[in-house]
Design a protein around this ligand. Structure first.
Ligand code: FAD
Length: 324
């Protein structure tokens, strides 16, 4: 039996484990991580499906059938810009994409000269992480709480490792291409706000099932995950200017996290050798500010690489058996 583990229990690790386990139900699979659920970056993220233009994404529309339990909903909203910009890569994937009229722009602070409207999805990340965990437990995937200091530790214990450690990959893979982009946000209750708003000057509002995420900041190479009161004030003032009715909102909690940025995202195979032992690794990390949106897509890619490794191991085993 091939010994397999996934390191990392963020959206990327859980999706990768679920994708593999759905394809190989009899495989025994362990997820190793030092942080779970609300201690991960994924749990705190805004969760809007709005990937950067570097990616040409797709939406697996089957998510609509799991929406209520998984915390996924359609949401419409506005993106506002000071400067013109090319059409986004997801233009033909989301619904109702159109440019804002001059008249619509007058309803926003007057420095926004351009904008578009569309209907996309949000993922209520807290619900989604619990949903993925429940699916995995039902499929008898086991969870182990442990910090891995180096992938070398796993040589001899596993045949294939799926490395989904997000920002942690900088340490365990010595990967200096990973850089943190710090983000801070405020969660509020303001059920009268039904649309999302996203601007090019660090202001966003994303409604979730019960709360609204207000952001944000993008601080490259800042790895401080404590809440900064100056940042909080800046976020609040920017959001209030865009949406004055927020003055009546109930403030729930503050949060800061690190977007695990890497260009490009690393989804590839590596072989680690120790004497006559080897470990096959499928890396899947470095999703930056797009890890919720792209988690299922890169899980599918990582599973494809995993399948190719299983085939190789299988044919090597057959060759050994035929020589005996
Ligand atoms: C403020 C903010 C807003 C965001 N908004 C959005 C958004 O609207 N849409 C979107 O798509 N994305 C958004 N993101 C990005 C998204 O949160 C990340 O891309 C995503 O969470 C990365 O997921 P991950 O599973 O790779 O990492 P994580 O969620 O950080 O999980 C990493 C896992 O690896 C484990 N791990 C790491 N190192 C080790 C180790 N050495 N040993 C054992 N375990 C280890 C950790 O314990 C954890 O379980 C946002 C991020 C921030 C900070």
């Amino acid at each position: 039996m091939t010994r397999v583990c996934v390191i990392g229990a963020g959206a990327v690790g859980l999706s990768t484990a679920l994708c593999i386990k759905s394809q190989y139900p009899s495989l025994s699979l362990t997820i190793i991580a030092d942080r779970f659920l609300d201690a991960t970056t994924s749990d705190g993220a805004g969760g809007l499906f709005r990937p950067d233009d570097r990616f040409v994404p797709g939406i697996d529309k089957s998510i609509l059938s799991i929406g209520a339990e998984a915390g996924i909903s359609q949401v419409s909203g506005y993106q506002l810009f000071n400067d013109p910009r090319p059409d986004p890569s997801y233009k033909d994937i989301v619904y109702n994409f159109r440019y804002l009229t001059k008249n619509e722009l007058t309803t926003f602070p007057d420095h926004y000269k351009y904008g578009y409207f569309c209907t996309t999805f949000y993922v209520d990340t807290r619900k989604y992480m619990k949903y993925l965990t429940k699916q995995l437990l039902e499929k008898e995937v086991t969870f182990t709480k442990k910090k891995i200091n180096s992938l070398d530790e796993l040589v001899g214990s596993y045949d294939i490792v799926l490395n989904c450690t997000g920002f942690g990959a900088r340490e365990i893979c010595n990967d200096n291409l990973i850089r943190p982009i710090r983000g801070q946000m405020i969660r509020v209750r303001a059920p009268w706000i039904k649309h999302f708003y996203y601007t090019d000057d660090n202001c966003y509002m994303i409604p979730n099932h019960e709360t609204i995420v207000l952001g944000g900041t993008r601080q490259l190479d800042d790895d401080n995950i404590r809440v900064d009161l100056n940042d909080k004030d800046g976020i609040w003032q920017r959001c209030l200017r865009l949406c004055p009715s927020l003055a009546q909102a109930e403030i729930l909690w503050d949060w800061a996290g690190l977007r695990p940025n890497r260009e490009p995202i690393r989804v590839e195979i590596e072989t680690i050798k120790h004497g006559n032992k080897k470990l096959l690794v499928v890396h899947n990390y470095g999703h930056g500010g797009n890890g919720i949106s792209l988690s299922w897509g890169t899980a599918v890619d990582a599973t494809r690489l995993f399948s190719s490794l299983l085939l190789t191991i299988d044919s090597q085993n057959k060759q050994v058996t035929s020589k005996l």
